[in-house]
Design a protein. Structure first.
Length: 369
């Protein structure tokens, strides 16, 4: 059978949750049958670009997405006019997926997928525009995917017919290993008796880093041996570093930046803290559970992410000291092997990659050519 090429449309392929999810599928799909190419909206080399090229993918670049820019829309239109080889387009731009999918439709792309990765959007100046384009998605997409039921209902409407594609992971990579935990702690100069609170996520508003720092400051009052371990990058990192400095706790907080070894870093943590303001279905929570790590998450994170008995919800309205007390309580839970639980819940990548591959192949077979 001929190889088909699927065009994925993203902002850029940095080391974030949705990008990591795409790469998990890309690594595990049969690339002799289905190959991924990428249309990105930044001119710089992002974290996964090199690996994409090594796996045989192509990367095309457009300016930042701007539906009010005639120049941008012209370049988008020209892209589809010049690349008639793409019969399947898979957009990961949430509300703004309506824009590239409109031009894909105008240029005769038969299979157009909109993929919801979040159950809300930041209420900034662009919010009304995003809500407007959210209403247009069903006009231009003929296949709807979502990372969770919450994300699908929010993006496409409660009565919409969408497919949940799990944010699946390579479970075996995350299994708890005490030797790895000791090695990572030694590398980071973390004492064995320290209480390590961890978080993996972009330094952006939805992740609620300000509250993470408030919780940790409360925790330190009665647990001076605690360490906060933050993995990720983003536009708010500098302001969070300033807050940490102003509280005089910079010697207790590790800013690890972007890392390729998150599966190992999770081993060194005692509790995973995730008080997000909103989420789709965060892959980092699945990864944390796969490593046997107790997780304390906000009531705004979909309950669907709970695949083991290691996940505990708290209200964002609860005070930081209540959250801190819960962290201490959860730190007493013994790590365990959760491989079977994650696999049986449908979040191991191998079966999910086969499912996506079959979708693409069947969709391609159904095209009139």
């Amino acid at each position: 059978m001929e190889q088909i090429r699927v065009l994925h449309i993203v902002t850029y392929m940095g080391r974030g949750g949705l990008e990591t999810m795409i790469m998990n599928y890309y690594r595990n799909i049969d690339r002799n049958r289905v190959q991924f190419d990428f249309l990105v909206h930044r001119d710089f080399e992002a974290d996964y670009d090199e690996e994409i090229k090594e796996l045989g993918g192509k990367i095309y670049r457009l300016p930042p997405l701007n539906p009010l820019s005639k120049e941008y829309l012209s370049k988008l239109d020209n892209f589809f006019k010049e690349h008639k080889e793409y019969k399947i387009v898979h957009s990961h731009l949430d509300c703004m997926s309506a824009i590239p999918l409109k031009y894909a439709k105008l240029n005769g792309v038969p299979v157009r997928i909109a993929h919801a990765h979040s159950s809300n959007q930041t209420k900034d100046l662009k919010y009304p525009l995003k809500l407007f384009y959210k209403t247009k998605i069903s006009k231009y997409a003929n296949n709807l995917f979502a990372c969770s039921n919450d994300a699908g209902r929010w993006m496409f409407g409660k009565s919409a017919d969408f497919t949940v594609l799990n944010n699946a992971i390579d479970t075996e990579k995350y299994l708890f290993n005490n030797n790895t935990a000791q090695k990572v702690r030694k590398e980071l100069n973390i004492k064995n008796d320290s209480l390590v609170i961890g978080h993996v996520g972009r330094f952006e508003n939805p992740k609620n880093h300000i509250f993470i720092i408030d919780i940790f400051a409360e925790l330190l009052k009665n647990n001076s041996n605690s360490v906060l371990f933050l993995v990720g990058e983003g536009s708010l990192r500098k302001s969070i570093e300033e807050k940490v400095n102003s509280l005089g706790i910079s010697n207790k907080v590790i800013f690890a930046g972007l890392r390729t070894d998150v599966n190992e870093l999770l081993q060194a943590m005692d509790v995973f803290l995730f008080p997000s303001l909103y989420e789709g279905l965060p892959v980092s929570i699945i990864e944390a559970q796969a490593s046997g790590l107790p997780c304390l998450i906000s009531d705004k994170v979909p309950i669907e992410c709970k695949k083991t008995d290691l996940v505990y919800h708290m209200n964002l309205s609860d005070s930081p000291d209540k959250w801190a007390d819960k962290l201490v309580e959860l730190s007493k839970i013994e790590r365990k092997n959760t491989y079977e639980e994650i696999r049986e819940s449908g979040f191991d990548i191998k079966a999910n990659a086969e499912k996506l591959e079959e979708f693409y192949l069947n969709a391609y077979k159904g095209i009139d050519r």
